[in-house]
Design a protein around this ligand. Structure first.
Ligand SMILES: C=CC1=C(C)c2cc3[nH]c(cc4nc(cc5[nH]c(cc1n2)c(C)c5CCC(=O)O)C(CCC(=O)O)=C4C)c(C)c3C=C
Ligand SMILES: [Fe+2]
Ligand SMILES: [Fe+2]
Length: 352
C-alpha cells in the first residue's frame, strides 16, 4: 500500500466567534506565547493580565464584528478554502490539513488526523512569506513539539519562508495587476507589512555581527548577518513586486503596521505614513499587504476601513486595497509547487 504524504498548512489563527470571552481566550493564548511577548514570564503575566486582557478583548471584538462574515472569520474561511483547493489539485497521493497556531482548528487536531491515517511523512508550510520568530518560528516550535511527543515520530519537511520564491512573487504581482488595473491612475503604491518590535530583528541577527538596525541601509541587501531579518525580507519582496509591476523606486512606499505596546517597532509606521502622504501630493493610493497570505482583521479592518478613514481625513481621495492571496487559483498553484519541490528535496535527502 502506498503511503500518503501529509501536507500541513499552518496559519496564525483567529477567535472562534466575536464574543468578548472568545476574543479574550484567543488573545490570552496568542500573547502568552514567549515568541510574541518576549519578556520575562512574570512581567509578561502582569502585562497580559493587568494591562491587556482587561481592556483589549472588548475593543478587538468590536473590530472583529466589522469584518466577520456569515461563515465566520475571513482568515479561517480563506485558509479552509485554500486547503481544500490545494487538496483537490495535489490529488490522492496527499492528505492535506490546516492547523492554526492559536485556537481552531488546532495544530494538535490536524497532527492527530495524520497520526490516525498512518501518515509518516509530513510537508509543513507555515503560510507566512517572511520569517519572524513570532510567526514562522512559533508555528515550527509547536510543530516540532507535537511531532516529537509522538511514539512513532513522523518525518518532517518544512517549506522555508517563501519571500524569494518566484511562484509567490509572480502571484502577488499578478493579483495586484488584476485588482489595481492601470497603475498610472494611482499617485503612489503603498506596500504595508505587519510590524514586529525592533528587538525581534536584532535578536534574529546571525552571529552578533552588529549589523541589524545599525544604519539606515542595513535591510537593503542580504548579508549573512541579516538572513533571518524580517524587515530585509519585506524590502526584498517590495523590490521584486515593484520590478514585476514596472514601478520605479519613487512610486512606492514600504511601511509596517499593527504595532502593539510602547516599545519601538520597525519603521516606517503605516498609520503615520498614511496621514503624511496627502500633504506630499498622494491623493490616490493603491495598497498591497504582502505579509499576509489571507485577508484578516489587519487587512480588512486596519487598512481597508481605519486606514482609508485616516487617509481621507488627511486629504486623500481614494485608497484601493489589493486582496490577499486568499484562495486565488494562482496562489493554489504556487502552494502546490512549493509543496512538490519540498517533497522532492526531502525524498532526495532520504535516499542519499
Ligand atoms: C505576518 C505575520 C504576523 C506577525 C509577524 C505578527 C506579529 C505580531 N502580532 C502581534 C499582535 C497581534 N496580532 C494580531 C492579529 C494578527 N496578526 C497576524 C499576523 C502576524 N502577527 C494576523 C494574520 C492577525 C489577524 C488575525 C485575525 O483573526 O484576523 C492581534 C489580534 C487582533 C488585535 O487585537 O489587534 C494582535 C494582538 C504581536 C505582538 C506580534 C509580534 C510581536
Ligand atoms: Fe499580529
Ligand atoms: Fe535588517
Amino acid at each position: 500500500m502506498t503511503q500518503k504524504t501529509g501536507v500541513f498548512l499552518i496559519n496564525l489563527g483567529t477567535p472562534d466567534d466575536t464574543s468578548v470571552p472568545k476574543v479574550r481566550r484567543y488573545l490570552r493564548q496568542f500573547l502568552s506565547d514567549p515568541r510574541v511577548i518576549d519578556i520575562n514570564p512574570i512581567a509578561r503575566w502582569m502585562l497580559l493580565n493587568l494591562a491587556i486582557l482587561p481592556f483589549r478583548p472588548k475593543q478587538s471584538a468590536e473590530a472583529y464584528r466589522e469584518i466577520w462574515t456569515d461563515e465566520g472569520s475571513p482568515l479561517l474561511i480563506f485558509s479552509q478554502n485554500l486547503t481544500k483547493a490545494v487538496a483537490d489539485l495535489l490529488g490522492d497521493d496527499y492528505m492535506v490539513r490546516l492547523g492554526m497556531r492559536y485556537q481552531n482548528p488546532s495544530m494538535e487536531a490536524a497532527m492527530a488526523e495524520f497520526r490516525a491515517a498512518g501518515v509518516e511523512r509530513i510537508i509543513a508550510l507555515p503560510l507566512y512569506p517572511q520569517y519572524a520568530s513570532s510567526s514562522t518560528g512559533s508555528c515550527l516550535e509547536e510543530l516540532y513539539r507535537i511531532a516529537g511527543a509522538d511514539w512513532n515520530t513522523p518525518s518532517l519537511a518544512v517549506v522555508p519562508p517563501f519571500y524569494d520564491h518566484p511562484a509567490f512573487l509572480d502571484c502577488q504581482a499578478e493579483i495586484a495587476r488584476e485588482s489595481l488595473g492601470d497603475l498610472d491612475q494611482y499617485d503612489a503604491i503603498l506596500m504595508s507589512y505587519h510590524g514586529i518590535p525592533e528587538r525581534h530583528i536584532t535578536k534574529s541577527e546571525v552571529g552578533n555581527a552588529g549589523h541589524c538596525l545599525k544604519s539606515d541601509s542595513c535591510c537593503d541587501r542580504f548579508v549573512t548577518a541579516n538572513r533571518y531579518c524580517y524587515r530585509a525580507q519585506c524590502f526584498h519582496v517590495s523590490r521584486e513586486i515593484a520590478k514585476r509591476l514596472n514601478l520605479s523606486e519613487d512610486r512606492y512606499y514600504v511601511t509596517f503596521q499593527s504595532r502593539l505596546g510602547r516599545t519601538p517597532w520597525i519603521r516606517p509606521y503605516t498609520d503615520i505614513v498614511l496621514e503624511e502622504l496627502p500633504a506630499k501630493g498622494v491623493k490616490k493610493l493603491g495598497v498591497l499587504i504582502p505579509s499576509f497570505t489571507a485577508d484578516c482583521l489587519e487587512t480588512l479592518e486596519e487598512i481597508e476601513m481605519r486606514g482609508l478613514e485616516s487617509f481621507v481625513e488627511a486629504g486623500g481621495e481614494s485608497l484601493k486595497m489589493v486582496p490577499s492571496l486568499n484562495d486565488h487559483p494562482k496562489w493554489v498553484e504556487a502552494v502546490c509547487t512549493m509543496v512538490r519541490e519540498q517533497g522532492v528535496a526531502a525524498t532526495t535527502a532520504m535516499t542519499v
